[in-house]
Design a protein around this ligand. Structure first.
Ligand code: SF4
Length: 242
């Protein structure tokens, strides 16, 4: 794809005072969560929103543990970004790996890339490589955080700051629920947050390599995720609360 036709990192539109307020509100949200719950964990994909939260956790010295879903199908850039983030912030990002037996079970039934065949196979792959490891990573936690925002997709328009994750019986928070894409990138610029290199190559959203592709200028920012499926199927199941 011609690079000039690709999604570009949006220009900064926030004035500094608005950004300072947003940033302070984010840090307050994080410290309030940490004050209410003993064991809070943050699932990072290393994409822009999650780097904003990582930066805010680090700079506000809030006691929130980080982990990532090491699905085995990530871009090498994501693996490298995990290490770079650990080094930059002096943190450890725990890796939640899938069970070999679950991956093999999926491969035996559907084939390694069987998720391209439809929703059911995609759900089975995400179940083995993401949902089960997520459940394991959240065992013992009181609350967890995500980088989801309302304007990201049609499936997220009713997102709230605080939810109850009935599936896991713990609290769940979306501290950027009311942020725009421009807010995210303004924060990144202002705070010199390291960014995932694929954002510079037309990827606004980053997931597993075979299920993520570049997005054209003007396209929905999640258009590159599971592009062969309908937009109401474009979630991996991590955020189904019931
Ligand atoms: S995003 Fe794709 S490769 Fe990753 S777990 Fe889901 S279906 Fe499998």
């Amino acid at each position: 794809m011609n690079p000039t036709n690709l999604w570009p990192i949006p220009p900064t539109t926030l004035i500094p005072r608005e950004l300072t307020e947003k940033s302070a509100t984010l840090k307050k949200r994080l410290s309030d969560i940490a004050a209410r719950y003993v064991d809070v964990r943050f699932a990072t994909s290393l994409a822009a929103e999650d780097m904003v939260i990582t930066d805010a956790i680090s700079k506000s010295k809030t006691k929130i543990a980080l982990f990532t879903l090491a699905t085995g199908r990530l871009h090498q850039e994501t693996v490298d970004m995990t290490k770079a983030t650990e080094n930059h912030y002096g943190v450890v990002i725990a890796k939640a790996y899938p069970e070999e037996v679950d991956v093999q079970g999926f491969v035996d039934q559907y084939g390694m890339n069987g998720f391209y065949d439809g929703v059911e196979a995609k759900k089975a792959c995400c179940g083995a490589r993401k949902i089960k490891p997520l459940n394991a990573a959240l065992l013992g936690a009181d609350a967890w955080l995500t980088g989801q925002r309302r304007e990201q997709s049609t499936t997220r328009v009713e997102l709230n700051f605080e939810e109850h994750d009935d599936a896991r019986g713990i609290a769940k928070f979306n501290p950027l629920f009311d942020w725009t894409e421009a807010d995210v990138w303004a924060y990144i610029k202002q705070e010199n947050v390291p960014i995932h290199p694929l954002h510079l190559k037309g990827y606004p959203s980053i997931g597993c390599e075979p299920c993520t592709r570049q997005v054209k200028k003007g396209e929905d920012i999640r258009a590159g995720r599971w592009w062969w499926l309908q937009s109401d199927s474009k979630e991996c199941g991590l955020h189904i609360n019931k």
